[in-house]
Design a binder for this molecule. Structure first.
Ligand code: IMP
Ligand code: MG
Length: 202
């Protein structure tokens, strides 16, 4: 279903790509994972598919729900690539705190404004790591009686989900390393990078 892009891993034999200037001098940023032009091309094609598929299903506006804060840049770019009638809402959940390992404990920090009942809902996520946040979110949102509930995740970490995360749309499969940039942070830093790279403090 999805046009998967498998990003080169070091184990795959491709040479590691350097982090672009001016961020390349930061000693904690290690390898480029997804470049800016790769993000743009994939986000554009996701927007086209989402629009075409929604248009063929319903004349009602699609409701895109971004999971903050990580999905804020992805949502902003995806919004401009969607051409069907669409509305936006935002939800903030916290699963990590300041650590770089999932806790499995999800807390709603900001809930949606919209009533989901009878709506076609597309959840827009930054990254599926263990998949715990997403499976919790799916259960929580299904309980609000949407007409449909699908997920668009920009990144999926390879081999880390115990269950199939069941994503209608996905951008990139990436190695199971901790990454930052394009909305993703470590301790609130690096969300502004226009690309995605690994974070490896030395
Ligand atoms: P999961 O519950 O393990 O799938 O983790 C999901 C959430 O953890 C994501 O929505 C992110 O907010 C955060 N997260 C997971 N991996 C990373 C990463 O590599 N960098 C930054 N945040 C991450
Ligand atoms: Mg997130």
């Amino acid at each position: 279903m999805s046009a998967l892009r498998h990003v080169a891993t070091a184990a795959g034999g491709s040479p590691a790509r350097p982090v672009p200037a001016p961020w390349g001098t930061d000693p904690d940023l290690d390898r480029l994972i997804v470049a800016q032009d790769e993000l743009q091309a994939v986000v554009r094609s996701l927007g086209e598919r989402i629009s075409a598929e929604h248009r063929s299903r319903s004349g009602d506006p699609l409701l895109c729900v971004a999971v903050l804060k990580g999905a804020f840049l992805f949502m902003a770019d995806l919004a401009r690539a969607i051409t069907c009638p669409v509305e936006f809402d935002f939800m903030a959940v916290s699963s990590y705190g300041a650590a770089t390992k999932t806790s499995g404990v999800v807390r709603i920090v900001k809930d949606l404004d919209a009533d989901l009942s009878g709506r076609h809902v597309l959840v827009v996520e930054d990254v599926v790591d263990s998949g715990l946040t997403l499976s919790w979110l799916r259960k929580n949102l299904w309980a609000r009686s949407p007409a449909s509930l699908e997920v668009c995740a920009l990144l999926v970490k390879e081999g880390l989900q115990r269950r199939d995360p069941d994503l209608r749309y996905e951008g990139f499969r990436i190695p199971p390393d901790f990454v930052v940039g394009y909305g993703l942070d470590v301790d609130e830093r690096y969300r502004n990078l226009p690309f995605i790279c690994t974070y490896a403090p030395r």
